[in-house]
Design a protein around this ligand. Structure first.
Ligand SMILES: [Zn+2]
Ligand SMILES: [Zn+2]
Length: 111
């Protein structure tokens, strides 16, 4: 007799990481190291693996630092980011994206 239940013997497979809004010191550093930045339609896009869930994600920043008054770039140009991955994270509120990780990136570092 055949058994139609999905084969879930594979206990080595990790469970999906639940959604949780949290930040850690290392997130921004990870992002500075592993993300790439490129320009797209007047905005900047940061692309790379989320520091928490490791899923690929993209985050749109911008329009960057160039307001009507062309402010000089300050040394503390920080941009809040959140995980925008398309991965599976249980307990995630409806219409939310990502795993809940958030952090600030320093936009003045060299990408
Ligand atoms: Zn994430
Ligand atoms: Zn994820």
């Amino acid at each position: 007799m055949s058994d139609d239940r999905p084969n879930d013997d594979d206990s080595s497979q990790e469970e999906p990481m639940p959604y949780e809004e949290r930040t850690e010191d290392g997130y921004a550093q990870h992002v500075t190291k592993h993300f790439t930045m490129f320009r797209s339609a007047g905005a900047m896009v940061l692309s790379g693996p989320c520091p928490r869930c490791c899923h690929a994600m993209e985050y749109l920043v911008g329009p960057v630092i160039r307001g009507p008054r062309a402010q000089p770039v300050t040394s503390t140009s920080r941009e809040p980011m959140i995980c925008m991955c398309k991965g599976d994270h249980p307990n995630r509120p409806k219409d939310y994206h990502g795993c809940g990780a958030y952090w600030d990136v320093n936009m003045n570092v060299k990408w």
